[in-house]
Every structure is written in C-alpha cells, then in structure tokens.
Design a protein around this ligand. Structure first.
Ligand SMILES: NC(=O)C1=CN([C@@H]2O[C@H](COP(=O)(O)OP(=O)(O)OC[C@H]3O[C@@H](n4cnc5c(N)ncnc54)[C@H](O)[C@@H]3O)[C@@H](O)[C@H]2O)C=CC1
Ligand SMILES: [Mg+2]
Length: 316
C-alpha cells in the first residue's frame, strides 16, 4: 500500500475536534483519560494508506496513544476524514480495529461502516464511497471438509466409520474440516489418522460436493471433497470421541448397503469402477506449479495429461 497523500487530513480534523471540545468546555477539556488535550499525540500518528483500487486503509493498531482517544472525538474525526476522502474520489475505506479498541466500532458503524470480517484479535470494517452498490469483495464464504476414501486394492476393502454424534448411524468415509494453510490431501491424511489410527497416502481427488446454507458451516456454504488414499497401515484404533464404529468393509458391501449417505454410496461406486477399469478413469491427480505473481507454489488438480500434451513438443 502507498502512504495516503492526504494523511494530514486526519491531523487537521482531529485538531479541529480538539478545538471544538475546548471551546464547548466539555468534560474532556478538563483533562484526565480521554481528554481532548491528548488528541494530537494519537492523531499525529493516524495515517491512511491508499490501495491500488483507490480505497483507503486505516490501521488503528499503528496509533500509539489510541488509549487516550475517546469514541466521540474519533467519530468526529472519522466523519470529517470521510468527507475529505469523498472529495478526493476515494472509493472505499477499510478500518482495522484491534479487539481491545472495539469501542471505536459503534461510532464507525453510526457513520455507515459495516463488518467485513473478524479474526481472533481484530475486526475489519468497510465503508463504500464509490458510485452504485459496493464492489468490495466479501470475505470467506465456504468451509472446506475433506474425507479420505482409504481403499486397499489387495483386499478390496475400504475404511468406513460411523459418527458418534449423529442421529442416524450411517457408514461414511473418515474426514473433517481443513485447517488454514492445509492442503486438501494433508487434511484427508490427518483426519483419517486422527479418527481411525490408519496411516495413508494421498493418491487423488475423487469428488467435490458444494452445499449452501449449511447449518454445520454457520449458515455458510460447504465444500466437501473426497480423496482416494492408499493405506500404509491396517490396525484400526479409532477415536472414541468422534466415532461409534470403524471397520474395513468390502467395497461391494459398501456399494450395496442402504445404511450410508448418498455421497458415500456414489463415491463407492466410482471407486468400484476405477478398481475394475483403471483408476485413471476416476482420478483427478495433483501437481505443484509455480504461481506467476507471488513466487509461491500451488497445487493443481485435474485428469492426467499425457506428457506430450504437457510439453507440446512435436505437436501442432
Ligand atoms: N455426507 C457425508 O458423508 C458427510 C459429510 N460431512 C462433511 O464433512 C465435513 C465436516 O466433517 P466433520 O467430521 O463434521 O468435521 P471434523 O472431523 O473436523 O469434526 C468436527 C468436530 O467439531 C465438533 N463440533 C462441531 N460443532 C460443534 C459445536 N457447536 N460445539 C462443540 N463441538 C462441535 C464435532 O463434535 C467434531 O468433533 C463437512 O464438509 C461436511 O459437509 C460430514 C458428515 C457426513
Ligand atoms: Mg470428522
């Protein structure tokens, strides 16, 4: 982000707020915590930053004497700053508020700010200043759950569990929610081990289910991904908190049983097809590739691409 050229605007408006307070002889003029005389210390450090979309970002954590700034003075300062930013053609304001400074949320909300998101130690509010409805991107919309279909080709057995905390005890693949920064395959391997004690390796991605307004996802959307895993151990030691039962079941039995969920039944049939006709018919395999802009790496999942199509050597 670039420092905002009109950062001095804050200094001016809060100095004005201070003068107004002094003139009105308000309680703050008399000194003590939250007193208007203390404003310049906080205000001098208050800087907005311009982003590449033409919006302004304000991080209250960067202001040293914020503890002494009271909510009413903050609101007056913010209001004047918004006016200034509007006149400069800024399209939006992002306000980052540390959790211990949450008293600034209400004054910001009264000026039209709304929550964009919250982390454990801070919240971010936004105000759209541009024309028409807000074009700011929303925050996270989905949770990601991943299950491991651990299939042993030698015995044709598949690892299944029944949840302890469900009203109906149906067979399903072990799995759970992905953690931040975790790859899909890593979640499948971790959850399978935590729930069943079975060690396994990621082979491919088999299916993706998307479901909206999911109660288990706090009313957000849910992506449930099933991976094919290859077992590396076979002795079950299942988690008593999460699972009621866990066993290696013949794949044909899982395909035929009614005591399962529709998605488990469908993926079992997909696995049976892959087992008989070749897993290349059903696998979305993974490859790591470099990201162009960030210099980081990402994982790409798709059906196997023949080598000559990867390089395009000798092809038109
Ligand atoms: N069709 C299927 O076969 C099923 C698919 N799924 C999918 O699996 C994913 C989630 O898997 P899970 O095994 O549920 O996740 P998980 O294995 O990460 O377990 C979640 C844990 O959080 C606990 N928990 C949940 N809500 C709680 C609350 N309000 N208070 C206290 N503890 C709470 C649960 O008891 C459980 O121990 C989702 O994507 C979901 O859609 C889940 C169940 C069945
Ligand atoms: Mg689970």
């Amino acid at each position: 982000m670039l420092p905002l050229a009109s950062g001095s605007c804050w200094r001016a408006v809060l100095a004005r707020a201070r003068r107004a307070s002094l003139a009105s002889g308000s309680r703050r003029a008399s000194g003590g915590p939250g007193c208007a005389q203390d404003l310049p210390a906080a205000v001098g450090e208050l800087r907005g930053e311009l982003d590449r979309f033409g919006g302004v970002s304000m991080r209250l954590a960067r202001i040293g004497a914020l503890d002494r700034l009271d909510a009413a003075a903050f609101q007056r300062g913010l209001q004047a700053a918004i006016q200034q930013w509007r006149s400069e053609g800024r399209i939006a304001v992002w306000l980052h508020i540390p959790i211990l400074q949450s008293r600034f949320i209400a004054p910001a909300a009264s000026l039209g700010f709304r929550f964009h998101h919250a982390e454990s130690d801070a919240s971010t509010l936004t105000l759209w200043l541009g024309e028409g409805p807000s074009r700011l991107p929303g925050y996270a919309t989905h949770q990601v759950g991943v299950a491991g279909a651990v299939f042993d080709e030698n015995t044709r057995k598949i690892l299944v569990v029944q949840d302890r905390n469900k009203l109906k005890n149906m067979w399903k693949f072990p799995g759970g929610l992905s953690e931040p920064g975790e790859d899909i395959g890593e979640t499948a391997v971790r959850e399978v081990f935590e729930e069943t004690g079975i060690k396994a390796e990621f082979r491919s991605l088999l299916s993706i289910r998307q479901q909206h307004t999911n109660p288990g996802a706090f009313g957000k959307s849910d992506m449930y991904i099933v991976c094919r895993l290859q077992p590396c151990s076979f002795t079950i030691n299942f988690c008593q908190h999460e699972c009621l039962r866990c066993e290696w079941m013949d794949l044909n039995d899982l395909v035929k049983t009614e005591n399962t969920t529709p998605i488990t039944s469908r993926v079992a049939r997909l696995l049976l097809y892959g087992y008989r006709e070749g897993f290349d018919k059903i696998d979305l395999t993974m490859e790591e590739l470099p990201a162009v802009y960030t210099g980081l790496f990402y994982k790409l999942y798709h059906k196997e691409l023949p080598d000559n199509y990867k390089t395009m050597t000798g092809m038109d």
